[in-house]
Design a protein around this ligand. Sequence first.
Ligand code: KG4
Ligand code: ZN
Length: 341
Amino acid sequence: EDKTVILAIESSCDETSASVCVDGKILSNIIASQAVHEQYGGVVPELASRAHIQNIVPVVDAALKTASATHHSSLTTHEIDAIAFTQAPGLIGSLLVGAQFAKSLSLALNKPLIAVHHMQAHVLANLIAELRPSFPFLCLTVSGGHTQIVLAHSPLQLEIIGETIDDAAGEAFDKSAKMLGLPYPGGPLIDKYAKQGNAKAFKFAEPQIPGLNFSFSGLKTSVLYSLQKEVKNNPAFIEENLYDLCASIQYTIIHILMKKLKKATEQTGIKQVCIAGGVSANSGLRNALKEYGVKYNWQTFIPAFEYCTDNAAMIAITAYYKYLAGDFAELSISPTARAEW
Ligand code: KG4
Ligand code: ZN
């Protein structure tokens, strides 16, 4: 058979993940999350690297086994046509583990290596489902480290037309959650509590910055000052208003994001609109995208939940397009913490 089998590895932050993709179809997506960071209120890079070392072999093994089960025949490493890995951006110690594993396997199996940019992969997670956007499309990519509006001309021609000038949307969620005394990562908890709160209960600052760029530092300060003022008068303020606070903070973040996304559709005339990245798992944002879609006549797309937060399936789908384009990496390639694209 001349099917293209790709094994992909993602290890940029605190999830170790491996995925097998056959002709652009995802057969497995195994994700090992690292609980070790919870007690520290954030990802501890040194501990993340160590956990990747422990997880990577069993995760890759599980990805191959699950793919075999989905494929109804045993899939051995010899059927792999290329090995893909996240080259950038991310925590350097974490990236090194995945890169070194991929390079070793590439050498051992004598199969080509494909280097993938993590943020491009978040965008292309929208191409995993059967119902997918057509080109050109817009993608709002919102994660723990990035907030971007990307104009996708083709799978490998992605143009950033707007981005944050300070904090990322995920950081806005996580830092606000921290001020509310919630554990890391706070985004999913704000999402959960917001469902029971009133989004109009409190008003927080929204930035007025030109063009398609974002800013979240003003919101952070606004939340901090409001909380300080209220807690001075009532030490139980946060506890008593937790749900309303979460709903109001989430509402403000979503409004900041959607305003710029709408502006991008007006400037480009593109009505195929996607979201991606960890924050696209947020139920409020997912609903907002659908509402705007109905109101402004957009066709909207959201990756399945497991393809929103960090995962190797998005690395695999990106690698598949790179494979078709013959875009392979040298064995001497190194991961980098930051990267242009
Ligand atoms: O894409 P991702 O998994 O990792 C990075 O590449 O950064 O994104 C992680 C971010 C974290 O800030 C986390 O709090 C946020 O995504 N996040 C959420 C939700 N699920 C994850 N934020 C809001 N609501 C959620 N349901
Ligand atoms: Zn990510």
